[in-house]
Design a protein around this ligand. Structure first.
Ligand code: EPZ
Length: 416
């Protein structure tokens, strides 16, 4: 079955190592298209979204192979410039291939990447930024074409620091003519990782992680070996798990410096956080306090991807918490399932009002998307009795082995 079975109500105790970052490796795989040779990417998570990106690269003519968590991509022969239908619409991140394909091929036809349940996820900011660099983009009903003999670096400012649009401009700019200055760029750690990979390959990028990137186009990029950083959202999910269930855990390799917003919430709720060069420890020995008001923000504010998992933990905290979701228009989808488990949550527009309850009841619930599914696992760990989280495939898009990781932390959890 496509489910996860949890017997909840136990404290979590133990340690687990955090996987490589999904949202760092996806644009890095797209960047391999720019390199006429072989790239070796270590610590690559074996998750559905990565396999999907692998299929897209292979459809374009790349050779892709695996050894454990190391993936090798040879993009010497890219022999197709079209990205059609199901293989594109199934995963939003396919849009990240756009910038690399224009940079490599100069002529791309691509179906519109799908929206998803958390939001319509348009790509207007991507297309407008690439048009400013000289790409001739013609939008048809179900697909669009983008042509540019040679992209031209120029100064521009994004209307919103979109992560994906920033990544597409970076991928288009690294081999463009002249210098690109991108203001109001996204500052997420995944942008820093992508710039790290490209710099290793010979790109000239300054300002990674700041709101302003300066990219001087180079003739060619060369082969590179790169290690993907740990996944801050997976680490953050496991921190919300111990906030919900209680206990004492250590997350090896967890990037504490990228989780400051969550760690300060965890401490305000009464968790005890310890950080060292090996990772993050969190001890929760008594009932936690509510967090009065939290708003999701772009980095380095509280990450939208941890909003649902934290909501599961706040469902059991003493008092009322308010979460305002400011990034996606429909990211409270998990609320009805949490209510089914006994959570007291009311949603008014883009705010969720959570009143902590004494306990949650184990229940059969259904994941509808990646981070909402993770939130249901967090709730199941804290709920009394058995829970079954159906549609496990959503969770496996981003978590390499959530059951193994949580079993390492003492949870009674298994694939069902
Ligand atoms: C990335 O999505 C992440 N995905 C998301 O993680 C993450 O939630 C998001 O950044 C915000 O941090 C990957 O990196 C693969 P955006 P992305 O462009 O690039 C609107 C997960 O759970 N927007 O910063 O799509 C958009 O609709 C996923 O791992 C436009 O309006 O995020 C959204 O409301 C979910 N027009 C907001 O901006 C555009 O052209 C943020 O989008 C682009 C975006």
């Amino acid at each position: 079955m496509d489910s996860i079975h949890i017997y909840g109500g136990n404290f979590l105790r133990g340690e687990t190592k955090i996987q490589g970052s999904k949202n760092a490796v996806l644009p890095i795989l797209a960047a391999c298209l720019l390199i006429k040779g072989t790239c070796v990417i270590r610590n690559c998570p074996r998750i559905a979204d990565v396999y999907h990106m692998q299929n897209l690269l292979q459809e374009l003519g790349c050779l892709v192979s695996w050894a454990g968590n190391t993936v090798t991509v040879n993009a010497l022969h890219v022999n197709d410039n079209r990205m059609w239908g199901e293989s594109v619409t199934r995963m939003r991140s396919s849009v990240m291939l756009l910038g690399a394909m224009i940079g490599r091929l100069g002529d791309v036809t691509m179906a519109y990447p799908g929206g998803c349940v958390i939001g319509s996820r348009p790509i207007d900011i991507h297309l407008s930024a690439l048009r400013k660099m000289g790409a001739e983009i013609v939008e048809e009903e179900r697909f669009f074409t983008a042509k540019a003999r040679k992209l031209q670096g120029m100064e521009q400012e994004l209307p919103f620091p979109s992560v994906g649009a920033t990544e597409n401009v970076i991928l288009a700019a690294v081999t463009a003519k002249g210098t690109t200055v991108l203001r109001n760029a996204a500052r997420e750690p995944e942008i820093v990782a992508l710039c790290g990979f490209l710099t290793e390959a010979g790109a000239d990028i300054r300002g990674a992680g700041s709101g302003e990137l300066v990219i001087r186009g180079v003739e060619e990029l060369h082969e590179v070996k790169y290690t993907v950083p740990a996944d801050r959202i997976v680490a953050g999910t496991y921190i919300t798990a111990v906030l919900a269930a209680g206990g004492s855990i250590f997350l090896e390799n967890a990037p504490a410096g990228q989780l400051e917003a969550l760690l300060s919430v965890a401490e305000a709720m009464g968790g005890c956080v310890s950080v060292n060069e090996e990772g993050i420890g969190v001890d929760v020995i008594h009932k936690l306090k509510a967090f009065p008001y939290l708003k999701t923000e772009v980095y380095d504010g509280f990450p939208t991807d941890l909003q649902s998992p934290l909501m599961a933990a706040l469902s059991l905290a003493q008092g009322q918490s308010i979460i305002e979701e400011s990034i996606f228009e429909n990211r409270f989808r998990v609320v009805p399932d949490l209510q089914q488990m006994g959570a007291d949550i009311e949603v008014v527009k883009n705010k969720a009002y959570i009143s902590g309850v004494e306990m949650l009841q184990g229940m059969e619930v259904e994941a509808e998307e990646l981070r909402g599914g993770a939130a249901l696992v967090v709730a199941g760990l804290a709920a009394q009795g058995n829970s079954v989280v159906k549609n496990r495939h959503f969770i496996e898009r981003g978590y390499e082995n959530i059951c193994k990781d949580l079993r390492n932390l003492g949870a009674d959890i298994s694939l069902a």
